[in-house]
Ligand binder design. Structure first.
Ligand SMILES: Cc1cc2nc3c(=O)[nH]c(=O)nc-3n(C[C@H](O)[C@H](O)[C@H](O)COP(=O)(O)O)c2cc1C
Length: 273
C-alpha cells in the first residue's frame, strides 16, 4: 500500500509513551522516506476535538497501561474522536514492569472500531510512574532500538500489503475486568479518591502542575487544591521542578510497596505482527 505520512499519536503523562511512540514513528518515517507528524493527546485541550486520518497514513498510537487496560478516562475520547478512515495503524502500550494484561487487546479493538487497520502492535516495559524501583532507566537505548525495529518492520509490512490486512492478533481480552491493585497485605488497595498533596515549604506556586495535569484537575489559582478528577498519573509529582507534590494516601503507598516487593524482575518488550 502507498503510505504518504507517518503519525506519532500518544497520551503520555510521564513521558515514557511519548519516547517509545516517537522512536517507532521516526524509524517508520525513515524507512518509507515520509513526513512525520506528532499529535500529543496528553492535555485536555487536545482531546476537545476530532482527529481524522487518511487511508495513506500510517499511525503509531501509544497509550500507557493503567490497571491492566487503556486509561479509562481516555477511552471515550479514543472511541469517539479518532477517525481512522482506513489508515493503517500500529498499536503500542507501555507498562510499568508488572503486566500490560489486557491493555493492548483493548487498544487494538478501539482502533479497529475507529476505522483503523492494525498492522502491528507492541508492549514496552518502562519505569513505573509510581516508583523508580520498577524498570528504572527504561526506556533505555536497547528499548529504543527495539522500538525502532518495530517501526521499520511495520513500515515494510505496510508497504508490502496489497489488500486490507486482518487485525493484528495480540494477547488479552478487550473487555476484561480492570486489574485490582493490592496492598502489602494482599487485599485490594482502595485509592481511587487519592489526590496529590503539596509541600508548602517547596511549592512556589509557579502553576506548572496545573498546566501539565492531563485531567486539568489542579486549581491554577491555588495549586494546593485539586478539585477535579485525579487519575494518579504522576505528571505533577514527576514534573514539579521543586519536588513539591507527593501522594500520602496509605492505600496508594501500600500498593506501591507491594509492586516494589513483587515486580522487580525486568520484563521483555513484546511485538506482534
Ligand atoms: C494509574 C496508573 C496505573 C498503572 N497500572 C499499571 C498496570 O496495571 N501494569 C503495569 O505494569 N504498569 C502500570 N502502570 C505504569 C504505567 O503503565 C507506566 O509507568 C507507563 O509507562 C506510564 O506511561 P507515561 O510515562 O507515558 O505516562 C500504571 C501507572 C499509573 C499512573
Amino acid at each position: 500500500m502507498v503510505i504518504t505520512k507517518i503519525h506519532a499519536v500518544f497520551f503520555s503523562a510521564t513521558d515514557n509513551t511519548r519516547k517509545i511512540t516517537a522512536a517507532i514513528a521516526a524509524a517508520a518515517a525513515a524507512a518509507l522516506d515520509c513526513p512525520l507528524e506528532e499529535t500529543d493527546l496528553t492535555l485536555p485541550a487536545a482531546r476537545q476535538r476530532d482527529w481524522a486520518f487518511a487511508p495513506t497514513d500510517l499511525v503509531i498510537l501509544g497509550t500507557p497501561t493503567y490497571a491492566g487496560r487503556v486509561p479509562n478516562k481516555l477511552v471515550p475520547f479514543l472511541a469517539e474522536h479518532l477517525r481512522g478512515n482506513g489508515a493503517l495503524c500500529a498499536a503500542m502500550v507501555t507498562y510499568g514492569n508488572r503486566s500490560f494484561d489486557n491493555a493492548l487487546s483493548e487498544l487494538c479493538a478501539i482502533l479497529e472500531g475507529d476505522g483503523f487497520h492494525t498492522v502491528s502492535a507492541g508492549a514496552f516495559a518502562c519505569r513505573h510512574a509510581f516508583t523508580d524501583e520498577l524498570a528504572w532507566g527504561r526506556p533505555d537505548s536497547a528499548d529504543l532500538r527495539e522500538a525502532e525495529q518495530l517501526g521499520k518492520n511495520t513500515a515494510e509490512k505496510a508497504e508490502a500489503l496489497t489488500a486490507i490486512p486482518a487485525p493484528v492478533r495480540v494477547p488479552g481480552e478487550p473487555d476484561a475486568p480492570y486489574y485490582i491493585p493490592k496492598g502489602t497485605d494482599g487485599l485490594p488497595a482502595k485509592f481511587l479518591k487519592a489526590k496529590p498533596v503539596t509541600d508548602p515549604r517547596k511549592c512556589c506556586n509557579c502553576g506548572l502542575c496545573a498546566r501539565i495535569c492531563p485531567m486539568g484537575a489542579i486549581d491554577a489559582s491555588n495549586v494546593f487544591e485539586t478539585p477535579g478528577v485525579c487519575i494518579k498519573c504522576q505528571a505533577c509529582v514527576r514534573r514539579c521542578t521543586r519536588q513539591a507534590k507527593r501522594f500520602e494516601d496509605p492505600a496508594f503507598l501500600s500498593h506501591v510497596a507491594m509492586l516494589e516487593a513483587n515486580f522487580q524482575d525486568p520484563k521483555q518488550n513484546e511485538v506482534f505482527f
